[in-house]
Design a protein around this ligand. Sequence first.
Ligand code: 6PG
Length: 243
Amino acid sequence: MIRIYPDLEALSYAAADLFADEARQAIQSRGRFTVALAGGSTPRRAYELLARDPFREQVPWQSTHIFWGDERCVPADDPRNNALMARQALLDHVPVPPEQIHPMVCNSSPLGAAVAYETLLRSIFTAGCPRFDLVLLGLGENGHTASLFPGTSVLDEQQRWVGEVYLAEEGQHRLTLTTAAINQAALVVFLVSGSDKAPILRKVLKGAQDPRSIPAQLIKPVDGGLLWLVDRDAARQLRQRKE
Ligand code: 6PG
C-alpha cells in the first residue's frame, strides 16, 4: 500500500497520526507498544510532531517501548547517532520511562554490541520472534534500508535478529535489525521524501526484483502489514510508463 502526500510536512503529520493510532491499539489490546525507530533525516519531522499536541497527548507514552532499526557505531553525542536525533526531536520531550528506551550501543566490538542488543530483544520478545508493533524505515538512494546495504553479508542472515556491518565508504561499523527480524513485525512503514528518492523508489516498487542490490525489496512482513508513506516528489516516477 502506498500513500502519497503533497510534501514532507503532510507526510510527517500522517506518520505521527499512524504512530499514535498504532500505539493506542497495541496498548489497548496487549498492554504495551513496541516500536523500532528509523534513523536518518526523513523521520525527524514526524518525531517532532509526536512531541507536540495533538499527538503528544494521544500516545500512552508510559506503556511505550522504544527500539531502533539500526545505529551507526559512533558516540552517543555524535550528530550521526540515530538515537541522539530521536532524543532531541522526541524522546527528551515525552514521558517514556527511561528503562523503556533501548538504544543500540555500539561502543564495544560491533559483534558484541549486536549480540547484546539481540539478547535484550529476546528478553522482551519472549515468544521467540521479535514482533514489533511498528517498525519505521527509511530508504537510501542506493536501495538500503535500516543498515541493510547492497551486497553486505547481513542481507543473508536468517537466524540472528541483529547484525553488524562494516561500511567501507563510511569507514565505520553499523548495527541493524536483520530482515528476519523486521519481517516479523505487525506493521512496517517506510517514510520516503524528496525528488532524490524518486529513482530508487520506482526501482523498489516497480523494478525487477534484485534484493541483493536493492535490500529494501527484502522487506516483506511474514504476516504483518507493509505501508509506504511518500511525498509527491519521491513518487514522481511511480506513474511513468516503462522506458
Ligand atoms: C540510517 C538510516 C537509514 C536511513 C536512510 C534514509 O541510519 O542512515 O536508518 O536507513 O533511513 O539512509 O535516510 P534519510 O532519511 O536521511 O534520507
